[in-house]
Design a protein around this ligand. Structure first.
Ligand SMILES: CC(C)(COP(=O)(O)OP(=O)(O)OC[C@H]1O[C@@H](n2cnc3c(N)ncnc32)[C@H](O)[C@@H]1OP(=O)(O)O)[C@@H](O)C(=O)NCCC(=O)NCCS
Length: 303
């Protein structure tokens, strides 16, 4: 087996290999080249530091490394089903960790789907430890049965992309890689008029971020930001600035879904906290959970 930089392969080859590693995956998540390209740009995947495993000129597995200053993120790791349990996954993971080390990355993060024991075991073996559980949830489009937020909203300010970014810059909470301010900045780059999405990403919609900042009569305040396409709301983030987290989250989401009644909504990687109860009150249901893990530099090398 040889390990080659992912930058030596086309997006089409990487997409096809990734899809083959996931044919028996717990949650089907096939990608197409445009989506994988968007994923690479949004989440700062470094293709020179990402790895493809090849035997006899055939791809048998791959893994990618996201890089943001001193932090790394492992993603898209997979081995084709017929080649598993022969050390390929370990080889790819070790190569990604070596790349991280050579870039002076101090901590490497990843997520593994709850119930994916082979991967969870592999990551534990390499010194990753669990930090928290994160929820992926959806909300179908539909009517809102409460007028709570409408009655209690005192001031509502509609936010443009740059105002949303400014708010993300000042978030206190430790955000997961997918929802970090860097991702939001990258949404801005991808949707900028100077970026040519049609040439790289195909003819998909790339709307900018939007948001609403609300002050409520009961003294609470907060904001919700999102990316709205014709069919879907994604990259939804809620921040409760003041007030009771569950109620404020539910009311912010009620106002969001009053503005966007026809779209399906997706949230990814939010913690299981009081705000999640507010999401549930607003009609979201859990689809699956991920376990977030981190490997600090002091973690022992696997052998
Ligand atoms: C997870 C995955 C990448 C492991 O690849 P692999 O080539 O089989 O891994 P290795 O042969 O290097 O195994 C290394 C260690 O991982 C763990 N592991 C691998 N498969 C396992 C299984 N089926 N059950 C339990 N532990 C397992 C073991 O600790 C193993 O060490 P051991 O063989 O000495 O017991 C592979 O199963 C895969 O591609 N799964 C589907 C995609 C996926 O889940 N990706 C991770 C997303 S977070």
């Amino acid at each position: 087996m040889i390990l080659l930089p992912a930058s030596e392969f086309t997006i089409e080859e990487l997409t096809s290999a990734y899809n083959q590693t996931r044919t028996d995956y717990l949650i089907p998540m096939p990608m197409n080249p445009a989506r994988l390209h968007e994923y690479i740009l949004l989440f700062d995947v470094d293709l020179d530091a990402s790895v493809v495993a090849v035997i006899d000129q055939t791809i048998v597995g791959l893994g990618m490394l996201g890089v943001r200053s001193e932090t790394g993120w492992i993603t898209r790791l997979g081995v084709l089903p017929q080649g598993r349990r022969k050390g390929t996954g370990s080889g790819i993971l070790q190569a990604l960790l070596d790349q991280a080390k050579s870039k002076d990355i101090s901590s490497v993060w990843l997520e593994v789907i709850h119930g994916n024991e082979p991967a969870h075991e592999l990551f534990r073996k390499f010194g990753f430890r669990e930090t928290r559980e994160l929820i992926v949830a959806r909300r179908p489009p539909g009517t809102i049965n409460t007028m709570m937020a409408v009655k209690s909203a005192h001031k509502v300010r509609y936010l443009q992309h740059d105002e949303v970014l400014e708010l993300h810059c000042h978030r206190q909470e430790h955000m997961n890689w997918l929802n970090g301010v860097e991702t939001m900045r990258n949404v801005g780059l991808l949707t900028s008029p100077y970026f040519d999405p049609a040439s790289v990403l195909g003819r998909q919609e790339l709307p900018q971020l939007a948001g609403i900042y609300v002050e409520f009569l009961h003294g609470a305040s907060g904001w919700v930001s999102y990316q709205a396409s014709t069919l879907q709301l994604k990259r939804i983030c809620v921040e409760v600035v003041r007030g009771e987290p569950t109620r404020t989250t539910a009311e912010l989401l009620e106002l969001l879904h009053r503005l966007h009644t026809s779209q399906d909504a997706v949230i990814e990687n939010i913690p299981d906290d009081e705000c999640w109860l507010g999401y549930k009150q607003a009609g979201y249901f859990e689809v699956f959970r991920r376990i977030e893990m981190v490997r600090e530099p002091a973690a022992p090398d696997n052998s």
